[in-house]
Structures are given as structure tokens and as C-alpha cells.
Design a protein. Structure first.
Length: 277
């Protein structure tokens, strides 16, 4: 039994226990909003996950974030909304009249970060998304939901891009890396969802000079904070949205569901989390 029974608390369920910025983010909001509550990390192995979830409320938790490797199991063990179902993974859980509900907050994290960093980004008809993994699903879902006419989906393994396109319909166009040069000049939005450019990974070889001057560049990678892709875009005075912004914006909904107030993504919070990267 954790100290969570004493106050309203949420937790992050993952395995193995990994460093997370989520406690820092939620404690900042609790403190600045003057609310009582807590947010703790719970390391739960896959074989114990179902039992842990069934006892979530008994353990005193008002909800949870879920991370690797539990996101698919969380979807199956809760009542998911349309976003979680479309993405095939849940990352945020909460109770409504005793029923465990779930959603995937990566979609609104991605979209709200773009809205905050580059208002009007959605005036484009063409978005170019690099990568077709789990993160890409949330990005593509968000772009389609926002009404972007064409989402060009480039992936090393073309079958993954095709599978994603099949799921999301005719507005998603799978493409190979060798066509990127042709797609860049009409892309009003470029999004990197691959791990390329992440600390310790190979660089992402993209000529941002081919993008229109009105283009917005978004990178989901946040270590380093300014990836080589974002640095190149900023050198050309293109608007950018970084992965840390998405991380902060995706945390908003969970906090609101658990603690009843919608928190702000402030510069002070960004600086706090940046110092922890
Ligand atoms: P996530 O959940 O973060 O999206 P993922 O599902 O493992 O993680 O997806 C990683 C993405 O990065 C995939 O699109 C992957 O391409 P493949 O589907 O071909 O594996 C892409 N990726 C990772 N390393 C890459 C590399 N060296 N070159 C090109 N793409 C790479």
C-alpha cells in the first residue's frame, strides 16, 4: 500500500522502472495551483499489470499514466475513447462512476503544441510525416482529425506506412525515403517521428532548404532539445515545435481528469523540465 491512500494521487505504471519527467510536471502543477495530491512511479511487471489495474482505486489512485510495455494491455482492460482505439494504445486512465476509462493524450499533445508554437500551421494542405511507428499513429490521427488534406507518410519499412495508410484512409499517402526531395517543396508541415537525430542515434538527413518559407517543422525527439533538424529549420527562420513541448502538452489532459483543473504549460515549467533532461 502506498502513501497514495492519504491524498488524491495518480501514478505512472511502467516496467522496468525508468526515469520520467512526469512526476516533476504534475508536482509543479499541483504546487502552483495549490492543490493537494501526488504523482508516483509504479514499476509493475507485465504479468502483474492486470491485477494492479483492478486494484488501482483500492490503492487510492484516481487514475494513471501507462507507458511501455503496458499501453496495449491498458487499452484492452479499460473503456477506451475513439483516439485510444484508433491508435491501438492507451496512455491515460481515469475513473467515471467506478468505470476505468482510457484515452491517448499524444494526439492532443502534438496538436496543442503546434497550436501554441505555430498558430495557423494547419492552413497547409500537405503534411510530410517521417516514420510509421507508434508515435506516428498519434501524429497522423491528429492531422487527419484537424482536417489536413494530404498526409505523406515516409518510412524505411514501406509496409508499415502502407498499413497505417490503410487504417486512416485515402488522405494518407505512403511514400519511400527517395521521394522526400519531391515532397518537401509543397510540405507546409514536416514532422519527424523517427528516432533519427536522438542523442546516440544517426542524424536525420533532410534538406530543410527545400521546404517552403511558410513551413513549420516539428520533431518529437527531445534529447537533445534542439535536434539537428530543428536547428537547421531555425537557421532558415522556419517556425518549429519541439518534442519537449509535446511532452508537456500531452500531460495536461491527465492532470485535468485526475485533479479537476486544466493546468497551463508555462515557460517556468518548461525551464524546470529542461534542467532535468
Ligand atoms: P515509436 O513508438 O517511438 O514511434 P517505433 O514504433 O519503434 O517507435 O518506431 C520507430 C520509427 O523510427 C519507425 O518508423 C522506424 O522505421 P521502421 O518502421 O522502418 O523501423 C523509424 N526508424 C528508426 N530507426 C531508423 C533508421 N535508422 N532509419 C530510418 N528510420 C528509422
Amino acid at each position: 500500500m502506498t502513501s497514495a491512500t492519504k491524498t488524491r494521487a495518480a501514478c505512472l505504471i511502467g516496467w522496468p522502472a525508468a526515469h520520467s519527467r512526469s512526476p516533476l510536471i504534475h508536482h509543479y502543477w499541483l504546487r502552483t495551483l495549490g492543490l493537494e495530491g501526488g504523482y508516483v512511479i509504479e514499476a509493475v511487471p507485465p504479468e502483474d499489470f492486470k491485477d494492479f489495474l483492478f486494484r488501482l482505486s483500492l490503492r487510492g489512485f484516481v487514475g494513471a499514466n501507462v507507458t511501455i510495455p503496458h499501453k496495449e494491455q491498458a487499452l484492452a482492460l479499460s473503456a477506451p475513447d475513439a483516439r485510444a482505439r484508433a491508435i491501438g494504445a492507451a496512455n491515460t486512465l481515469w475513473f467515471v462512476d467506478g468505470e476505468l476509462r482510457s484515452t491517448n493524450t499524444d494526439v492532443e499533445g502534438f496538436i496543442n503544441n503546434l497550436d501554441a508554437c505555430a498558430p495557423g500551421w494547419d492552413r497547409t494542405e500537405d503534411a510530410l510525416v517521417l516514420g510509421a511507428g507508434g508515435a506516428s499513429r498519434a501524429v497522423v490521427f491528429g492531422l487527419i482529425e484537424r482536417g489536413i488534406a494530404r498526409v505523406h507518410l515516409v518510412n524505411r519499412t514501406i509496409d508499415r506506412a502502407r498499413a497505417l495508410a490503410d487504417q486512416f484512409g485515402a488522405r494518407v499517402h505512403p511514400a519511400t525515403w527517395d521521394t522526400v526531395g519531391e515532397l518537401l517543396p509543397r510540405a507546409g508541415l514536416l514532422v519527424n517521428t523517427t528516432s533519427l537525430g536522438m542523442h546516440g542515434q544517426p542524424a536525420l538527413e533532410i534538406d530543410v532548404g527545400l521546404l517552403p518559407q511558410s513551413a513549420v517543422v516539428s520533431d518529437l525527439v527531445y534529447v537533445p532539445l534542439v535536434t539537428p533538424l530543428l536547428a537547421a529549420a531555425q537557421a532558415r527562420s522556419l517556425k518549429t515545435a519541439d518534442g519537449l513541448g509535446m511532452l508537456l502538452h500531452q500531460a495536461v489532459r491527465g492532470f485535468e481528469l485526475w485533479f479537476g483543473q486544466r493546468p497551463q504549460v508555462t515557460a517556468e515549467l518548461r525551464a524546470l523540465v529542461e534542467a532535468d533532461l
